[in-house]
Design a protein around this ligand. Sequence first.
Ligand code: ZN
Length: 51
Amino acid sequence: MEQKSIEKKELYRCPECGFEYREKEWAEKCEAWCREHKSCNLEIIQHAVQK
Ligand SMILES: [Zn+2]
């Protein structure tokens, strides 16, 4: 049996770096970080959705 647990949930995208997150919280953190530091924070992007 094939189990498909892909949630058709909307993803939250950081407009600065383009990473997508399931949680709005992370997307907001990422965006704030990207704007301020002009770089990505590994602690944050590890929560991004892998494509
Ligand atoms: Zn970002």
